[in-house]
Design a protein around this ligand. Sequence first.
Ligand code: 9YT
Length: 133
Amino acid sequence: MIVKQLDDIKGTSHDIDTPTWNSRRLLLKQDGMGFSMHDTVIKAGTETLIWYRNHVEAVYCIEGEGEIEVIGGKTYPISPGMLYALDGHEKHLLRARSQLRMVCVFNPPLTGTEVHDQDGVYPLIEEENGVQR
Ligand code: 9YT
């Protein structure tokens, strides 16, 4: 069984801070669960372009107010208790009116250090015999 505390992740290489979000990665590929799980803070007043071309992500809001705009589609308000699941790899804009706190689950799981590229994409990191390629 795996037991972790958010406080043990903070400030480590699995605590990724960017200008618009801070992702504390609780469970990762190397934990062998088949998904990764992150406690993510979206900073107040920010907008982030995101496109998980290589992953599906489910996001459950536990704090804050904001919205998600699917590019070429609808805009949905975000508040505590709202879940969205990007089962179609939807490209989207995530806006935080106040600071949002989100529980994020990724499949395939992240390895820990991924950040978005200029298109809002995370790379797909695969390993062969323990070596990343
Ligand atoms: C909700 C969302 O996609 N935020 C960006 C960060 C990402 N969820 C992560 O790496 O935790």
